[in-house]
Design a protein around this ligand. Structure first.
Ligand code: ZN
Length: 61
């Protein structure tokens, strides 16, 4: 299983397209996983600009 990170919103997906924003600009070069459950209450989510729950990469190349 290869997880790819979306370069636009950092969402992690197994598919060829980001399920969050629809972008096909995905990369396997990413670091760190963050699981956002409640974006409204998460400081990290605010910092990364995440508004929807899900698994995200901390940094994307
Ligand atoms: Zn995306």
């Amino acid at each position: 299983m290869v997880l790819r990170a979306c370069r636009v919103c950092k969402y992690l997906t197994e598919g060829k397209k980001c399920e969050m924003c629809g972008s096909e600009d995905l990369t396997t070069k990413w670091k760190g996983v963050i699981n956002i459950v409640d974006p409204g209450r998460s400081e990290i989510a605010k910092e990364l600009g995440i508004t929807k729950p899900g698994k995200y990469a901390l940094s994307v190349e």
